[in-house]
Design a protein around this ligand. Structure first.
Ligand code: MN
Length: 258
């Protein structure tokens, strides 16, 4: 049998399972809120065109209003000034959209400390147990934050000092960008950077270093708890918006059942 026939048979017999890593997209989906004087994105919205009525008796359809960086979405290099000469979202090669993924689980640490930062030492310790980070693959950073994704206030977790959500340290972001052959980093939070990353040096180091290195970001992922530490294959489907800096994406994982 061919490899693809084998895959279809494995899917039919549930030897390979499809896990949806995508958050449902609706008007309450949390979006990033930047402080003054910065401009902000709009919430997701549906605008009805017709619904089996005089505007269209047999059909229902909507226009959608959305930002590129709304809900589960894909960050292209051109999203950040450090990657401004890099790929826009339509230029991401399709063969990069199917890639291996590993999951680093720091949900316990993030539950204790919402400002938890992933350090190089954490990744090195993970590699000692599970092997090297995947060449051309995703590092998926599990923090348990997906449990908050239907409550915008809990998800952003802001107080008078700003948002408090887990992320990646400046040194670790630089190292992942420059010293590894990762395809990119995926997170459960509203963006790839920590809630407090506006005050880091440089600010928003994941965006700055990873997108500057031509790598990608995936955000607001769910169900990472259902993936193995190694061995999953991620299929990420951003829209090919010409000139776009990112896109809402359907993100699926293929996992092998033992
Ligand atoms: Mn983004």
């Amino acid at each position: 049998m061919s490899v693809l026939q084998d895959l279809l048979e494995a899917l039919r017999t549930r030897c390979v399972e499809v896990i949806d890593l995508t958050a449902p997209l609706h008007s309450g989906t949390p979006v990033l809120r930047l402080p003054e004087p910065f401009a902000n994105t709009i919430p997701f919205g549906l605008e009805e065109i017709s619904r089996y009525d005089e505007r269209g008796p047999a059909w229902y359809w909507n226009d959608i209003h959305t930002g590129e960086h709304t809900g589960t979405h894909f960050d292209a290099p051109v999203h950040w000034v450090t990657g401004k000469d890099g790929q826009d979202i339509s230029q991401v090669p399709p063969d990069r959209l199917v890639a291996p993924a590993v999951v680093l689980d720091f949900s316990a640490e993030s539950a204790k400390n919402p400002d938890f930062l992933l350090e190089i030492s954490h990744v090195r310790a993970w590699e000692a147990e599970h092997g090297s980070l995947p060449d051309g693959g995703w590092l998926l950073y599990r923090t348990g934050w997906d449990a908050r994704s239907e409550d915008a206030a809990q998800f952003v977790n802001a107080d008078e000092s700003g948002p408090h959500t887990p992320g990646i340290s400046v040194e670790c972001a630089r190292w992942l960008a420059e010293e590894t052959s990762l395809l990119g980093v995926g997170v459960e939070t509203v963006g790839t950077d920590a809630g407090g990353a506006h005050s880091f040096d440089p600010p928003f180091p994941c965006h700055s270093f990873l997108l500057g290195a031509g790598k990608y970001g995936l955000t607001q992922l769910q169900n990472l708890a259902r993936l193995p530490a190694t061995g999953a294959v991620v299929i990420a489907g951003p829209l090919p918006i010409v000139g776009g800096s990112g896109s809402p994406a359907r993100v699926l994982a293929l996992v092998e059942n033992a």
